[in-house]
Design a protein around this ligand. Sequence first.
Ligand code: URP
Ligand code: ZN
Ligand code: ZN
Ligand code: ZN
Length: 478
Amino acid sequence: MYDTVIKGGTVVTAAEQFAADVGIVGETIAAVGHDLRGDRVIDATGLLVLPGGVDTHCHIEQLRADGTTDEESFISASASAFAGGTTTAITFSTQFKGRAIGPSLAEYQARAARGMIDYGFHQIITDPTDAVIHEEIPALIAAGIRSLKVFLTYDPLHVDDRGFLRILAAARRHGALVTVHCENYDAIGWMTEALLAAGLTGPKYHAWSRPVAVEREATMRAIALAELVDQPIQIFHVSCSEVAEEIARAQARGLKVWAETCPQYLTLTAADMDRPGFEGAKFMCSPAPREAGAAADLWAQIRRGTIDVISSDHSGYRFDGTAGKRSAGADASFRDIPNGVPGLGARMMLLFSEGVATGRISASDFVRLTAFNPAHLFGLTRKGRISPGADADIVLWDAKAQITLTNATMQHAIDYTPYEGKIVTGLPITTLRRGIIVMHNNTITAEPGSGRFIPRAAYDLIKPTGHLANNFNPSAYA
Ligand code: URP
Ligand code: ZN
Ligand code: ZN
Ligand code: ZN
């Protein structure tokens, strides 16, 4: 007898789908089988039974240097996640240049603890000083923050190649995965200067300031530097197949280079940033959405397996608001408009509709890209799968129902969605997080503060390959 049995649905794993009941004891999946009996039965007839989505790239309450954040909170972001079928997120802790990591990380931990979603952190390293490299990074890895993010662009965040190498080496010594934002800082700065001097300032010129070559060069460089150190990396937000091709080449050579893309690169285009007035700002993110046709090539890279993970890169910027898209004025140049789009609530529906409902990928591919791989690659051992021993994070999904996406259905604290009016096929009906129903028919029933920090222990996947250019390991010395 189980506490809860989900009955009569079609269980989808990363490998296959089959009719089965799921038995839950406490917070954990105890059995997947037939004719299971439970104190409580949830009828899943006609529905897919999927592992809760794992979104490993979400900016939530990300602190600015002045101590403020955007209006989106861990509570509203959790509601959005549950409404969209996501139960776990890895979010970011930022280091500010010239400052230690510890105090801001403590602030993020306090803020995240107020939410309902289960969570982990990637630590952004902006200033790899000796203290950060030799004291703070080892300490936070030991505390279960087993991934770092490096930005190769953005004024307040970017690190140079030497700093990047120091971070890669520290990750290798202490056992963490390094994620990378790949765009060439100097190229963007130079292109921006030229565009502004020519009077080309509107949102659409954001894309012109950072074309494919800017992303491709930084991706090639990140791969080469990671190869030099022999340190596994994940390339974040791959926007197009030209970049994915560089990654595929690295993978074919046996390097541990994984890749993430996001729904915006499969659904938005550069033309969206050219909408009338200031509307284009709603679609501005980095890397920029590409030309029409680029998405088809990116889908091909997803199908051939170059892309491992599809995350939202959720950003909390509102359109209006103190730090929103329009905060520098409705005629601000693209340089002064914050980058990033909301997507935590829309990610699973967009991908199911564009991927599974159209036949581009299978339902198992969908599970692999949105839940299994993100959990597996980042060491979330109890997440992303429907099998005994896993956390009972489960989504009952109607594969046939259609819905029009509106900002209200997103349930976030942001005043727009880039997907307003888009009709999608397939949506979550019920979301369970660790055995408890947290969303049903778009009503959220989770208690603030019920989300849990998930420390991530050392895992084999992110061990170095052991292949160095010479019989010399530079990470042992620098
Ligand atoms: O434009 C984006 N992606 N903003 C969020 C920060 C990042 O680069 O991941
Ligand atoms: Zn050290
Ligand atoms: Zn990034
Ligand atoms: Zn991001």
